[in-house]
Design a protein around this ligand. Structure first.
Ligand code: ARG
Length: 464
């Protein structure tokens, strides 16, 4: 006699139901209910295919279709009663379907297994997230392009080691992030194309003896083709790992920009003013306006990397085909996806709203001997001094200016000629910050004309 409390889906060979702790460790419904829409879409495609291939009758398929729509509306309307005893979203949906339509519900699981079902649902879910990430990245890139356009010729200091290096343009700096988020966008698209094979119909691991049509279900669910090996199809989580890897690299970019915004918005820098909408105040220090959104983006990167590492660890060393370990794939991805989307949206909002402080940027651009390289280059170009010697001469002049507490253009011609007699008045033309950036016309360089060319290239890419 089978105990009444044993599982109605798979309890046939069980005499007793699970221990409460077994139920707690086994159940995934607490989180996999997020895949309800995908689960129902997969079941609808599967039922339609079973009817088309003559495995079930059209009447049963129609009852299943109608019933699944009812289940979906109950879930969307918040009236669906989720049961932990029914483990996961797949069995919750099927059990409710049985309550609604009776016997035909029992035919839905013909020629499939929860193993291909969960792989299909999860892939559809991750695919939606890649689409959302694509939208978020595009919006962020557009916001950066607007900033770049507005300040294509604003001068600011460029840094290496966070020490003033050479003057650059605001537009050039914004466009650096356009390149980074642009690569994220292309990784998102690559990942989506690679993952788009349907596991449905791989069944438990070996395929099925029913005459199913996997091309048909693949097409119905927007996949390019069915996955070609049933063992691989049920045990592949590369798509989730790739999602997390792409998210992690994008999170690196987000965190670097977030860090710059934290630095730039400080009273010591004043390079940007963040909007009130993306800042917070302090409950004790009335003067404070804190860049919390940027700080949180910088921090959220940790959980995205964590998710990537965690799923790599779950998957490493698993034998083929399905193992229950793989149920641990979802929460990591859900959390990383939520936080990646939020970080993208917050960054877009901040970038759209922020004001670059042109004067502060220009003042900082001229300080810190930022045109020293221009001086050295002048010695090379005009006086044919070898670059190493020019570097040394310039270093001597920087030391002189530093000891006098002034900048390079403040030194007199006589001072300069004292260090290198060939220097003429012409030197002062290259010590100006504007001249410096205008001269960097090499492809990809910081000259406003180059920056505008790159903005135009990106606008074309986005329009195309
Ligand atoms: N909830 C399970 C998961 O997320 C579904 C697959 C269960 N398959 C099985 N053979 N127990 O992986």
């Amino acid at each position: 006699m089978t105990d009444q409390s044993s599982n109605q889906m798979w309890g046939g060979r069980f005499a007793a139901g699970p221990d409460a702790i077994m139920e707690a460790i086994n159940a995934s419904i607490g989180f996999d209910k997020r895949m309800a829409a995908q689960d129902i879409a997969g079941s609808r495609a599967h039922a339609a295919m079973l009817a088309a291939t003559g495995v079930i009758t059209d009447n049963d398929a129609e009852a299943i279709r109608e019933g699944l729509l009812t289940v979906l509306s109950e879930i969307e309307g918040g009236t669906f009663q989720f049961s932990t005893a029914l483990e996961d979203i797949h069995m919750n949906v099927e059990a409710r379907l049985k309550e609604i339509i009776g016997e035909p519900a029992g035919r839905l699981h013909t020629g499939r297994s929860r193993n291909d079902q969960v792989a299909t649902d999860f892939k559809l879910w991750v695919r939606d997230q890649l689409d959302a990430a694509e939208g978020g990245l595009l919006a962020l890139i557009k916001a950066l392009l607007s900033q770049a356009e507005a300040g294509a010729d604003w001068v600011m200091p460029g840094f290496t080691h966070l020490q003033t290096a050479q003057p650059v343009t605001w537009g050039h700096h914004m466009m650096a992030y356009v390149e980074m988020f642009g690569r994220d966008l292309s990784r998102v698209r690559d990942a989506r194309a690679r993952m788009n094979e349907s596991p449905l119909g791989a069944a438990a691991l070996a395929g099925t003896s029913f005459p199913i049509d996997r091309e048909m279900t693949a097409k119905a669910l927007g996949f390019d083709r069915p996955a070609a090996n049933s063992l691989d199809a049920v045990s592949d989580r590369d798509f989730a790992l790739e999602f997390l890897s792409v998210a992690s690299i994008s999170a690196v970019h987000l965190s670097r920009f977030a860090e710059e915004l934290v630095i730039w918005s400080s009273a010591q820098f004043r390079f940007v003013t963040l909007s009130d909408r993306f800042s917070t105040g302090s409950s004790i220090m009335p003067q404070k306006k804190n860049p919390d959104a940027a700080e949180l983006i910088r921090a959220k990167v940790g959980r995205i990397f964590g998710a990537n590492t965690a799923l790599m660890m779950v998957m490493k060393g698993l034998p083929l085909a399905y193992s229950k370990d793989m149920q641990e794939d979802k929460e990591q991805v859900f959390d990383a996806a939520d936080n990646w989307m939020l970080a993208l949206a917050a960054m877009e909002g901040m970038v759209k709203d922020m004001t670059g402080n042109r004067e502060s940027l220009a003042a900082a651009a001229g300080s810190g001997f930022s045109t020293a390289t221009d001086l050295a280059d002048w010695l090379v170009r005009v006086l044919k001094v070898p670059f190493r010697n020019a570097h040394h001469v310039t270093g001597t002049l920087v030391a002189m200016a530093e000891s006098r507490g002034c900048d390079l253009p403040d030194l007199s011609l006589a001072d300069m000629q004292g260090v290198h007699e060939g220097i003429t008045d012409d030197i002062f033309t290259v010590l100006g910050v504007e001249n410096s950036v205008n001269s960097r016309m090499s492809y990809g360089g910081t000259a406003p004309a180059q920056v505008r060319a790159q903005i135009a290239r990106w606008q074309e890419i986005l329009a195309g």
